[in-house]
Design a binder for this molecule. Structure first.
Ligand code: GLP
Length: 241
């Protein structure tokens, strides 16, 4: 894994945006895997600005998001579909039909997961996957466990994740306790991966990912086995390395 340690969040976001811009320049009809959470917001802001000044063009790009809460409506401001529309899709020249987020309203989650995985394959697979990392080492919503599910699946969120993410909801009770997420194998099928980490609260997870055992107790540790992963983090997230 390549490791780029940046001065701060802003530099991390700019470095990541340049790599995404290169991907779009090399292959204008590329497939991007996208993530939510607070970490990639700066990356998306930089991409919006790069398109505004004519440096990139999203018109040929297809996207697949990693995950979505379950159950949740796309109109719910905490849904990942709402987040992506607000933070990126409504601000760039992308065909909304080519943006994909698992359907948090489905009444058949297993079928939805199967459909989602198939759509990624039919689009030719992901060229560049963006990831964040949970404080417990999760990627997407692949939570620490005894074993990891390979493909897109429905999962129970851990109490740690419910606690960490409930800050976005009115109350913990309103936060969905399950999610639909790409699996570790779905993520591994991406040709290139960029994982972002910022703030001291991610330092433990970054350290486990890079230097402890490769274990399903830290799903991100499996990324060390992928041939093309770049970690871009700020100094605080790297402080235990
Ligand atoms: C969520 C998402 C992850 C994300 C993580 C970190 O749980 N499912 O994809 O990486 O949180 O979020 P943040 O960037 O807000 O710390």
């Amino acid at each position: 894994m390549r490791v780029i340690i940046c001065e701060d969040y802003n530099e991390m976001s700019v470095r990541a945006a340049k790599l995404v811009a290169c991907q779009i320049a090399i292959k204008p009809n590329c497939v991007l895997g996208l993530a939510t959470g607070s970490t990639p917001i700066g990356l998306y802001e930089n991409l919006i600005e790069m398109e505004r000044v004519g440096e990139i063009d999203f018109s040929g790009v297809t996207t697949f998001n990693l995950d979505e809460y379950y159950p949740i409506s796309p109109e719910n401001e905490q849904s990942y579909r709402y987040f992506m529309n607000k933070r990126l899709f409504s601000k760039v020249n992308i065909d909304i039909e080519r943006t994909h987020v698992p359907n948090g309203m489905t009444d058949d989650p297993e079928a939805e997961c199967e459909r989602y995985e198939k759509m990624i394959d039919e689009a030719g697979g992901i060229d560049l996957q963006i990831l964040g990392i949970g404080q417990n080492g999760h990627i997407g919503f692949n939570e620490p466990d005894k074993e990891l599910a390979p493909y897109t699946h429905i999962t129970d969120l851990t109490p740690e994740t419910i606690f960490a993410n409930s800050r976005y909801f009115e109350s913990e009770a309103e936060m969905p306790k399950q999610a639909l997420t790409m699996g570790v194998e779905s993520i591994f099928k991406a040709r290139k991966i960029i994982i972002l980490a910022s703030e001291g609260r991610k330092a433990e997870a970054v350290k486990s990912m890079l230097s402890d055992k490769i274990t399903p107790k830290c799903p991100a540790s499996f990324l060390r086995l992928h041939p093309d992963v770049t970690l871009i983090c700020d100094k605080q997230a790297a402080r235990l390395l």
